[in-house]
Design a protein around this ligand. Sequence first.
Ligand SMILES: [Mg+2]
Length: 254
Amino acid sequence: MKKILAFDIDQTLNVAKTPITSEIADLLVKCLDHFEVCPISGQKFDQFLIQIVNELPNPTPEQLEHLHLFVAQGTQYYRFNIEKNDWEQVYNYPLTEEQVAKITATIEQAARETGYWEEDKLKPGDEIIENRLSQVTFSALGQKAGTEEKYAWDPDHKKREKIVARCKEISPEFDYEIGGTTSINAITPGMNKTFGMTHLLEELHVEKSDILYFGDMTQPGGNDYPVVEMGIDTITVRNHEDTAYALRGILGVI
Ligand SMILES: [Mg+2]
């Protein structure tokens, strides 16, 4: 019997960058009664609230204590403090300003050289490269682009593979991972989901075999692949509907 259900977010729990469906929300609240539930994603803390926590139907504080937010690939960890009735940050491992500046310049150069710097397609006030403190994220069409537009941009990852290949030539000291629909996450080596899952093991005092992980990018080079490499049991999903199907099965046998 697993103790932990861990989830990638984009494309695993939701349609990338949008709130989870009411079906997923209901299933997650049910999971909180039986498991520690650990979303882990490259996104910022506020997006965890917007996309997941705020969508849960009337969770009790006791249920929220079983929800663990591994933000920015688990380089930040938040848990619910029942006394304060609020989320608290347990740890944070940010990039240095120099690292952020170097990564930002590298990605912009690589995207321009490969012809995928789509500044003209941005909505007002939006940005292509975002400093997420523990990682820098390239989103080809910005944060505010429509879902359909994002899906259509690079469905076979070929554009991002070219950008990543060029980034590795310019600044090989960083790691670059393809995630979501238009994103590349740049991190210092080891600051990927391996880092997050390793800290999850420590913080929750569990073994790898206690975890079942759900992700849509479990192929080599994908941002869920480090979890596979660690030897953690993984379910590869195509979308949140696959995840809902699996969760119904898991909850049905409890
Ligand atoms: Mg994903």
